[in-house]
Structures are given as C-alpha cells and as structure tokens.
Write a protein that binds this ligand. Structure first.
Ligand code: SF4
Ligand code: SF4
Ligand code: FES
Length: 353
C-alpha cells in the first residue's frame, strides 16, 4: 500500500486556469507520469496529458515539475522529499491546449524551415561512405528525441513571443551543427544560415538547454559554440579580409544563405570539395582557386566501385576505397579513447576497452 502525497496540477485551457491540489497515492518505484495516470483513474478523469512510450524515448511527456522542464515518465517520485508538494505545470514557452498539453507546432514549423541533408549530386543513395570518426561526432545529435525541453527553457523565446519568428532554437541549432559536420553534406553554408536565418546570434550560451536535455546532448559545447566560432572565424579571419581586398574588393560574400548553392556548382569542375569556413558559393570558391586559398581542400567524395556483378561490396571489410575524407583530419586511430567520444556514455569514467 502506497502513501498519500500532495500534488498541485495546473488545470485550464488557452482562456486561463489555475493550480489545483490533489492528494494521490504513490507507490515505491513510481514516476510522476504514474501518479498522473492514477489521478486520471480516480479524482480527475478529464485531466489532459500527452504521453506515449513511458520509456524516455518518444519525447511527448514533457512538462514542468517543480519548475524544472522534465520528462514526467523519467522523473522518479523518490527525487522528492516525502512531505514535498509536487507542482506540475505545462511547458511555458508553447500555447496551452488543455491542462498539461501544449501546442508545440512552433517546433514543427522550425523543422520544416531547416534545410534538409543535401547529399552530393554524383553519389547515389547506398553509395555514401563516412569515416567512423564522423559518425561518432554526429551520433550525439542524432540521439535527440524531440522532447523540446531545450526549446522550452531557452530564455530567447520563453518570455519573448516576438522572438519566435526569428529564432529556431537549440534543437535546430544542433541539427544545423550535425549537418555542418557531415562530410557528405553538399550544402556548405550551414553555419552562415544558422547565424542569419535561424537566429544563432540571439543565443548567449547560457547552457540552460544543455542542462535540461534528457539525452545529455552537449547542445552548447558541442553544437552551438563550435558553430558560433566558425561563423566568427569566417567573418573576422584576417586572411579572408585580405583575400577580399586583393582579389575582388568587397565582393567576397560574408553570408550567402538565401539561395541553394551546392558545392557542385563551384567545385565540381575543380574536383574538390571544401568544408572549412565560408559560404562556398560559386564565386568565392572560384576566387579561392585563383590565389590565396583559405579553404582547406580535400578530394570530393566518390562512389565506391561495383563488383563483377554490378553490386556494391557487401561490407566495409571489402571496401577498397577510402571513405569520404573527414574535414577534421584523418590522423585518427580506432577504437577512439573514451575521452574523445562526445556522446554521453552511461559509465563515462570507466575505460571502454
Ligand atoms: S545556450 Fe543559447 S540556445 Fe541554449 S538556452 Fe541558452 S540562449 Fe537558448
Ligand atoms: S536536444 Fe535534448 S532537450 Fe532538445 S529536443 Fe532533443 S532531446 Fe529534447
Ligand atoms: S512518455 Fe515517451 S518520453 Fe515520456
């Protein structure tokens, strides 16, 4: 038999509401979502709440528990003192539909606005190859469960509705960072796009988003900050400045984000694909080819050869061409030491091998 615990739950809809008190039975090992389900089965059958997996993987049960954005299915009742009142409110950044359910369509709109992965035109699906180091690097961002807790906590939009049109938020900054790091992504102005179209400049690196992320993604340290640094590198790099003076005064674009320039346009003829800095539109790429070359040049990714039957090699063991080169350097040996892995391993302090 469990014990009675005090809950305060926000009830209402878009026209208003308030906190209501409930005394609910709580049993050992239960999470906040269990208690909400018990409330629905007893005192408050019309209490609205969104959930799906009850395993911390669907990202739908986001709410604010004692003021902190959390997944209710991952918040154990043992987190709180026995005599503590647990206050549950809906996500504050998004409009309330009813009770604990909010309208998070802002995030889907921003997802639609974020340019998709742009593979090289001359490599067919199924022929993409990446080095393991690049897989490891972007894997951290792929763990996102789209719970939008990071979006909810970010002060840029939490209390500033007027910033929403110009700010995509941390969840989409890590999407941009992931694609910026992707060696096969042919859209090479991701960071400039993030800066000018997604509102990266609004972020002042408070790291609140990182603190609430249930997947322990280092949103600021591994996604936002590296992108901000590379935008600054590009804008204030003295070589870029000098290049713009020497070659075509004032014509090196600082930012070129409104049109879809693929590296194919500028670099297909030259057979190179450049990843480091710059908008990489045709003109700046052509200038880079002429003289002072501030872009790191690496071979363009090529498709692996087919075998005698016209099929791709079965495994990477039979793969006889190097994978797409890493823009971060090729002097990496495997397995990577644990301290070089940037995803949150459950036993980060334990050596993995
Ligand atoms: S670090 Fe940036 S994106 Fe994250 S919560 Fe703070 S302002 Fe928002
Ligand atoms: S980055 Fe983390 S907090 Fe943000 S939506 Fe993804 S899983 Fe949730
Ligand atoms: S119910 Fe799926 S994350 Fe909580």
């Amino acid at each position: 038999m469990g014990t009675k615990r005090q809950f305060r739950i926000w009830r209402g809809d878009e026209s208003g509401g308030d906190l209501q008190d409930y005394a609910v039975e709580v049993n050992e090992g239960e999470v906040v979502l269990d208690v909400i389900h018990r409330l629905q089965a007893t005192d408050a059958p019309d209490l609205a709440c969104r959930w799906n997996c009850k395993a911390g993987k669907c990202g739908s049960c986001s709410m604010e528990i004692n003021g902190k954005p959390r997944l209710s299915c991952m918040t154990r009742m043992s987190t709180f003192e026995d005599d503590e009142t647990v206050t549950v409110t809906p996500l504050r950044t998004f409009p309330v539909i009813r009770d604990l359910v909010t309208d998070v369509s802002f995030n889907y709109e921003k997802a639609r606005e974020t340019p998709a992965f742009a593979p090289p035109a001359d490599v067919a699906p199924g022929e993409y190859r990446m080095q393991q180091v690049d897989v490891e690097r972007s894997q951290e961002f792929r763990k996102c469960i789209e719970c939008y807790l990071c979006q909810n906590v970010c002060h840029v939009i939490r209390d500033h509705e007027e910033n929403k049109p110009a700010f995509s938020g941390p969840r989409f900054f890590i999407r941009a960072a992931e694609l910026d790091m992707h060696p096969l992504d042919a859209k090479t102005d991701r960071k400039e796009y993030a800066q000018s179209e997604m509102g990266l400049g609004f972020c002042n690196i408070t790291k609140c988003c990182t603190e609430v992320c249930p997947e322990h993604i280092k949103i600021t340290d591994n996604g936002i900050i590296p992108m901000k640094e590379r935008v600054v590198d590009r804008r204030y790099d003295p070589l870029v400045w000098l290049g713009s003076k020497i070659f075509r005064r004032g014509q090196v674009p600082q930012t070129s984000v409104t049109s879809e320039h693929h590296s194919g346009a500028g670099s297909a003829q030259s057979g190179v694909h450049s990843h480091a800095g710059g908008s990489h539109d045709a003109r700046s790429e052509a200038q880079a080819q002429k003289g002072v070359n501030w872009h790191r040049q690496v071979p363009h990714p090529t498709a692996p050869p087919l075998d005698a039957n016209g099929k791709l090699p079965l495994t990477e063991l039979t793969f006889d061409k190097a994978a797409a080169p890493s823009p971060f350097g090729d002097d990496v040996t495997f397995p990577l030491p644990p301290e070089h892995l940037n995803f949150a391993h459950p036993q980060q302090d334990q050596p993995k091998h």
